[in-house]
Design a protein around this ligand. Structure first.
Ligand code: NZQ
Ligand code: ZN
Length: 395
């Protein structure tokens, strides 16, 4: 392991069937006014809303509701949340939902008292936060993004067709997150498997880089094996607690800064996926699944030894009598078969991508240089075109 780093994660986690008790404990530490952010209403149907309100009432909080946070939250919604936070002088922001609600809460946290346009300052110019930061806590209802234990916050500016992820510092990480695997049982199948692939992609973005012998890569392989194993159980039985709890835990560790330590990282699948999201508003995990196989097949020759290792350590590919290239290719075939088995989108056309968007999507994909190959504009278009030749979802 060659890199140098410091490591600290300030988010306290409460995990398991009784995790919600952690909310009661935590709320004692904060002031009386709580901005309660949630999405389109799933929490009202599955009873999580009532549980949260009961605890906030017991703790004597004044609750200001901020409902309707959409998947892929927008700048417009962000300004609404900032106004609510400021006008009510809230002391705390509680996000109850998936990654979109958690990301949004962090965006409100840094933007409510920002004197400039927060989109320009924090998402375009990526400046440090130098205004009041409101503390955030999360009750997670859908797994995938890792937003519950990181500083990530992805916001979309629809008019500009730009979806940008900002990774804020430790001062913006959630103060705590409530992780009850049972809360994820009601996630619709499409969202559930999209979340599974988001987790896989987060791990691979940090795995496919570097050439040194690095403990982080062994951790990544263990997480991947657990994810693949449990995902197969969860698609058959979404209420299998053991599988859902393992997946929830893998998701958190996949993107809470641990497995990137001591390495460079890639993130190119995410850059292309985010740009697809800006054009189509498609589900995040599916934007990644649609480009990953063509992307990894394309870069495989540039990082052959790592792809070979991936095939052996993660997919148990038998090596006897095969070349390195054959072993690596077989690993990607196993990955592709697993993706189809759990029902992921493999073709960008299934996300609403049309030929005339390809140039703009490639233009909107930030090019990263930490992986095995730095892509050109034309290479991104080629990857999108390859995706367009993959199997479509059954209608
Ligand atoms: O809005 P509601 O009604 O709650 O429905 C949501 C939403 O429609 C539904 N859902 C969530 N929990 C549910 C449920 N439905 C039934 N029962 C439950 N328990 O699921 C839908 C999707 O939710 P969303 O929060 O959008 O999904 P996800 O967690 O995948 O978050 C996606 C967002 O996170 C960003 C993505 O770009 C995207 O904007 N990301 C954030 C990252 C980070 N913070 O580090 C990194 C990721 O790479 C990602 O980019
Ligand atoms: Zn992601």
């Amino acid at each position: 392991m060659l890199g140098e780093f410091s490591y600290y994660n300030p988010t306290r986690l409460y995990f398991g069937k009784e995790a919600m008790e952690g909310l009661r404990q935590e709320m004692k530490q904060y002031g009386s006014k709580v901005l309660f952010c949630y999405g389109g209403g799933s929490i009202k149907k599955n009873g999580i809303y009532d549980q949260v309100i009961a605890i906030l009432n017991d703790c004597g909080k004044t609750v200001i509701e901020d409902a309707g946070v959409m998947p892929n939250p927008t700048v417009q919604k962000l300004s609404e949340g900032c106004r609510l936070a400021r006008e009510n002088q809230v002391d705390f922001i509680l996000a109850v939902g998936g990654g979109s609600v958690c990301d949004y809460a962090k965006a409100v946290s840094v933007s409510a008292y920002c004197e400039e346009d927060p989109w320009e300052k924090y998402y375009l110019r990526m400046e440090d936060v130098n205004n009041t930061i409101l503390p955030v806590g999360c009750v997670l209802t859908m797994v995938g993004t890792g937003s519950e234990m990181n500083g990530g916050s992805v916001i979309t500016k629809e008019e500009q067709k730009r979806k940008i992820g900002r990774v804020f510092g430790e001062n913006v990480f959630p103060k705590f997150s409530i992780l009850n695997p049972e809360f994820t049982y009601t996630v619709p199948r499409y969202q559930m498997v999209a979340g599974f692939f988001d987790i896989m992609s987060h791990i691979l973005e940090q795995y496919f880089s570097g050439e040194d012998d690095n403990t982080s890569d062994y951790l990544a392989e263990g997480l991947l094996r657990s994810l693949i194993h449990s995902s197969r159980i969860a698609v058959k039985n979404p209420t299998d607690y053991e599988a859902r709890s393992n997946i929830m835990w893998v998701a958190t560790w996949a993107l809470n800064t641990l497995i990137e330590k001591g390495k460079s990282t890639d993130w190119m699948a995410h850059m292309i996926g985010q740009s697809i999201g800006a054009y189509t508003n498609a589900t995040h995990g599916m934007t990644l699944s649609a480009v990953s196989i063509p992307y990894y097949r394309y870069i495989c020759p540039f990082g052959l030894q790592k792809f070979k290792r991936y095939a052996i350590h993660v997919w148990d590919v038998e090596t006897t009598g095969k070349t390195d290239a054959q072993i690596a290719a077989e690993g990607l075939e196993c990955m592709e078969a697993w993706m189809k088995e759990i029902g992921l989108v493999m073709n960008v056309k299934d996300l609403g991508v049309t030929e005339d968007m390809l140039d703009g999507i490639a233009e909107g994909s930030f090019v990263m240089d930490g992986g095995y190959k730095t892509l050109s504009h034309e290479e991104i278009i080629q990857i999108l075109q390859e995706s367009g030749k993959q199997q479509c979802m059954p209608k």
